[in-house]
Ligand binder design. Structure first.
Ligand code: FRU
Length: 424
């Protein structure tokens, strides 16, 4: 077997570290990095289904793409059960919170289309029942890869296991709407290897998912980002000087933070079509800081690599914390070194008065950030909530060097195209 040095002509990169010292700089409620309050009277996309992770159709360079004037998004989706006895509580009321919390176990990929980049119409399921090999269809990326309308949907097949897979189909348009055809044969691409990326056998709470393929603007090769955890038995990771960073006196105690081991993974395609992949060492690790760096994605701007990833308050390690939201890092070249944006990494977090209002942010190359509404308090104390399961208002950020600023807010689920492809 060839070594990485033989294959790439240089030693493999060192992962960049998101350190505990960086995370100590995270401050909720800084207005320049906080999502505006989402009002509890939000509209819902559908009374039949919950939606959460939103995946706009795009090309391999990251451009959000419409086809024949139709915008298309894919969403993780699950039926709502307002009349199912299983979700009726002892007072005879629909327990929407429990229904919502159970959604991950029955997540399916659906698509929606629109003429306006909002007011989405439900297209339906992307794959018929029985096509996907596992119970759950988890997040990924739909790529329009030619002018014939061919689409590669990369996603995660979960339970049993977690496998990064792809399925090929085609988008077809008429003057009345959009349909997806094909999407009949799912091809497994790769799973965690236990050497660079943690496996289920090493940690039952492992994460390995959320593929985001892209063409590197500099070397032109096809790569893929994904979410992982650093390989090794649960509890065996070391939180040393490098992971701690430069902290003030009194901040050296790392508690049980060895259990938090998130990383942003990267793989390179061995072929043009993206059917044959090789995992490389992580781009970024968060050992001792956070256990989940989900849905990693790039914005290529000003010759730099802006790496974004979503994370939660509950996945932070002992002694560090931050809001649910999107975090970011920047480098001059693909393999780093990456430094946290805004010093801390925080780019757009929920306000502390509404800590679960939105999640699963996707920063698009035009600076617009889409996310979904999770739950919004309906009373002062925050004990009463309204469940979302729908698109959040789109927020615009400005990215300037190593800093970002919230500058505008738009309509719910506003995802305008950056280019339109006329299908041949
Ligand atoms: C983010 C996420 C993804 C995963 C999906 C599961 O909201 O946790 O990482 O693919 O949701 O529902």
């Amino acid at each position: 077997m060839k070594s990485n040095t033989e294959k790439f002509g240089k030693a493999p990169h060192q992962p960049s570290l998101w350190t505990r010292a960086d995370a100590l700089k995270v401050h909720a409620d800084d207005p320049t990095t906080t999502q505006p309050l989402v009002s509890a009277d939000f509209p819902v996309l559908s009374n039949e289904v919950f939606i959460w992770d939103t995946m706009p159709l795009r090309d391999l360079d990251g451009n959000i793409t419409s086809v024949d004037g139709w915008s298309v998004i894919f969403t993780l989706t699950a039926d709502r059960h307002p009349n199912d006895p299983e979700y009726i509580d002892e007072n005879g009321n629909y327990d929407i919170t429990r229904d919502w919390n159970d959604r991950h176990g029955r997540a399916k990929m659906y698509y929606w289309f629109s003429r306006t980049g909002k007011d989405w119409k439900l297209g339906g399921r992307v794959m018929a029942e029985g096509v996907s090999p596992t119970a759950r269809e988890w997040a990924g990326t739909p790529i329009l890869f030619n002018e014939q309308g061919d689409v590669d949907l990369y996603y995660t097949a979960v339970t049993p296991g977690a496998t990064i897979v792809k399925v090929r189909g085609r988008v077809v348009t008429t003057e009345h709407g959009v349909s997806m055809v094909g999407f009949e044969k799912v091809k497994p691409l790769f799973e965690a290897d236990g050497k660079m990326y943690q496996t289920e056998a090493q940690n039952p709470f492992w994460g390995f998912r959320d593929p985001w393929p892209f063409r590197d603007p500099n070397d032109g090769k096809l790569y893929m980002l994904f979410e992982g955890n650093v390989a090794g038995e649960r509890g065996s990771h070391k939180v040393g000087k490098a992971e701690i960073g430069d902290v003030p006196p009194g901040y050296e105690d790392v508690g049980n933070s060895r259990f938090q081991t998130a990383c942003v993974g990267i793989a390179v395609a061995r072929d043009e079509d993206g059917d044959d992949w090789e995992m490389l060492p992580p781009l970024l690790t968060a050992v001792g800081v956070n256990d989940q760096t989900e849905r990693p994605h790039f914005v290529f701007q000003d010759g730099k690599y802006y790496l974004f990833t979503i994370s939660h308050t509950f996945t932070y390690a002992d002694g560090v914390t931050g809001p649910d939201g999107v975090y970011g890092f920047v480098a001059d070249s693909l393999f780093g070194p990456y430094v946290p944006l805004n010093g801390s990494g925080l780019v757009l977090g929920n306000p502390s008065s509404q800590p679960f209002q939105t999640y699963s942010h996707c920063v698009m190359p035009n600076g617009l950030v889409t996310s979904f509404i999770d739950s919004v308090p309906t009373d002062e104390s925050g004990t009463q909530i309204r469940i979302g399961g729908t698109e959040a208002p789109t927020v615009e950020i400005k990215i300037k060097g190593q800093q970002t600023f919230v500058v505008a807010e738009y309509d719910y689920g506003y995802i305008p195209p950056m280019l339109d492809v006329t299908l041949k």
